[in-house]
Ligand binder design. Structure first.
Ligand SMILES: [Fe+2]
Ligand SMILES: [Fe+2]
Length: 323
């Protein structure tokens, strides 16, 4: 089963991780699958047909990772996810690692759709829903950073990266002593939105394997400002959250962008974001390089500690990841 989905399929279908469907009994949408790489998806299960408990898990074991929902049913599917996610995440009988994986699939699927829609209201609404669940799951369970790392996807998509950064940021904030749920919630929203400006960067630049030209690099460097500008007038976002968007590439020694501010000028939330942002980027698959191991990534963070990144935060993240 291919993981890569061709453009024509992507236009007509929403690719969905099969793991996401394993915990639901009945689906209000048709499920399609692709029998071989590049094949037009064909109907596998009609909507509202009862699904046997082991049907999807068996398929998953046989190597089917992605199925497809027709685009015109995507809204119904999103609604179904939103309605079911609460009961699944709150079910103590399901191991926490499975619930984390479920939220990860749900969150990524929701983000993928809203980022694609280019609609800020829709994006903020989904970001709030994801963040609510993330906050509840993380604050009510003993979520270990290393375990979380293993259930996350590590591909290069902005929606994956944003989801991962948000969940890491919450764990790091907790590790730094922030226990207030509202504050953690707010940090996860900032994390989900931190790279919003990247949605304006052409995909061929984001996925370019060769060295970037100076002009392309300048385009990349615009994303904190673009994200900030898009969100700055929203009354539902705090100053700290906006700083996570605007300042997450600034460095303590002033070598960052977009402004090159240094030291104490960099917001506390933005510093949290920047540590886990770099960790996430290093440990994920990128079109131009293979991922670093956790150990390598922590060593790189260590080299940046104090000069470029907040030393206490790096130390805390290392402790959390090595637990
Ligand atoms: Fe960024
Ligand atoms: Fe980022």
């Amino acid at each position: 089963m291919p993981n890569s989905v061709d453009t024509a399929t992507r236009q007509n279908f929403l690719p969905v991780p099969l793991a996401l469907l394993c915990l639901t009994k009945e689906l209000p949408v048709d499920v399609y699958w692709s029998l071989y790489q590049g094949a037009e998806p064909v109907l596998m299960r009609g909507h509202n047909i009862e699904i046997a408990d082991d049907e999807f898990p068996k398929l998953l074991e046989s190597g089917v990772e992605t199925v497809f929902i027709p685009r015109d049913q995507a809204d119904v599917f999103q609604k179904h996810l939103r309605e079911n996610v609460q009961s699944i995440l709150g079910n103590d009988e399901i191991p926490i690692s499975q619930r984390m994986a479920f939220l990860n699939s749900t969150g990524r699927t929701m983000l993928q759709e809203v980022f694609r829609s280019d609609n800020l209201d829709k994006t903020l609404a989904s970001v709030h829903v994801i963040s609510d669940h993330m906050t509840t799951l993380i604050t009510q369970n003993d979520v270990v950073a290393g375990e979380l790392f293993h259930v996350l996807q590590h591909d290069y998509h902005t929606y994956t990266h944003s989801y991962n950064v948000a969940s890491y940021a919450m764990l790091l904030a907790q590790g730094l002593g922030i226990q207030d749920e509202d504050e953690l919630h707010s940090i996860s929203i900032g994390g989900l939105l931190h790279d919003l400006g990247k949605l304006r960067i052409p995909n061929n630049i984001l996925t370019k394997k060769e060295r970037l030209t100076e002009a392309e690099w300048q385009t990349i460097k615009r994303h904190p400002t673009d994200g900030f500008t898009a969100l700055a007038n929203r009354a539902d976002l705090s100053f700290d959250q906006l700083m996570m968007v605007y300042q997450h590439h600034e460095k303590l020694d002033g070598s960052g962008y977009p402004v090159g501010i240094d030291g104490d000028e960099i917001n506390h939330f933005a510093r949290i974001c920047s540590v886990v942002d770099i960790f996430e980027a290093l440990t994920s698959n990128r079109p131009y390089r293979n991922p670093n191991s956790t150990k390598e990534a922590l060593e790189i963070l260590d080299q940046m500690a104090s000069s470029k990144l907040d030393g206490d935060m790096v130390k805390c993240w290392k402790t959390l990841m090595q637990k």
